[in-house]
Design a protein around this ligand. Structure first.
Ligand code: NDP
Length: 246
């Protein structure tokens, strides 16, 4: 157990692309076992195949994080498959940016359901397990947009501010149970996330930031860093962005 990652069981939501996929592949290369949750089965199956071909251990469970019962099942299935859960990487999210005056109610609701409620369902599903184990690590994905609001980002930023508030509240509450909590706040990372933007004007405004986006491998290395610290050492937040990003 030299690196404090080897042998750990890590649940990753939003594991079918981007940051989740990169984290899954990196952690398994360091000896973790991963349980992958997302909605797109073919994508998850391919990632499991890639990991197994590289000698790692992974299982996939179709999960919609907006459904509490799916998230509960992800945790239950993980324990059945691997015998325990050590880390939850609470990462599923979407970012359909648009100005409030466009009244994209459906997008507001999807962001709130996925980015906030999905994160809460993950926390709720692992908390009893971690309390019982007297160990565990919740890593929630916020954003630079969880620190400041940019163009068309009122609702997205609100969800990411909420993730930071939930994480800090959790951090304060779980001290008696030896549970670690970390917020990862990325800047522009090259993933499928901008594909969720339906507002062409905002896409145009965002383009210079998207042009300087960096690889999700940068986040994977940050996640490995926070997990590999000694158990009594809790990295509470990492903000990580392209050097060129304002
Ligand atoms: P991607 O679009 O590549 O990945 C998003 C993941 O979330 C996919 O695996 C998708 O899988 C999953 N997802 C979306 N909705 C649901 C749902 N209802 N249930 C389960 N899974 C869901 O983007 P990123 O990798 O960039 O995004 C990961 C996280 O990082 C998000 O929370 C995002 O807000 C955050 N982030 C990203 C930044 C960036 O610049 N890329 C910057 C800051 C934060 P599927 O569709 O198969 O369900």
């Amino acid at each position: 157990m030299g690196n404090n990652i080897e042998g750990k069981v890590v649940i990753i939501t939003g594991a079918s692309s981007g940051i989740g996929e990169a984290v899954a592949k990196h952690l398994t290369s360091l000896g973790a076992k991963v349980s992958l949750g997302a909605r797109r089965k073919e994508k998850l199956d391919q990632i499991v195949k890639d990991i197994e071909q590289a000698g790692g251990s992974a299982r996939a469970f179709i999960t919609d994080v907006t459904k509490k019962e799916d998230v509960d099942a992800l945790v239950k299935n993980t324990i059945e498959a691997f015998g325990k859960v050590d880390v939850l990487f609470n990462n599923a999210g979407l970012m359909p940016l648009s100005r409030l005056e466009n009244l994209h109610y459906e997008e507001w609701e999807r962001m709130i359901d996925t980015n906030i409620k999905g994160v809460l369902y993950g926390v709720g599903a692992v908390l009893p397990v971690f309390k019982e184990q007297k160990s565990g690590h919740v890593i929630n994905v916020s954003s630079v947009a969880g620190h400041r609001v940019g163009p068309g980002a009122a609702v997205y930023s609100a969800t990411k501010f909420a993730v930071r508030a939930i994480s800090e509240g959790l951090r304060q509450e779980v001290k008696p149970y030896n549970i670690r909590t970390t917020i990862i706040s990325p800047g522009a990372i090259k993933t499928e996330l901008p594909d969720t933007i339906t507002d062409d004007k905002i896409k145009e405004v965002m383009q210079p930031v998207l042009d300087i986006a960096i690889s999700p491998d940068s986040i994977a290395r940050a996640v490995a860093y926070v997990i590999e610290q000694p158990e009594e050492f809790d990295v509470n937040e990492i903000i990580l962005r392209p050097t060129a990003q304002a």
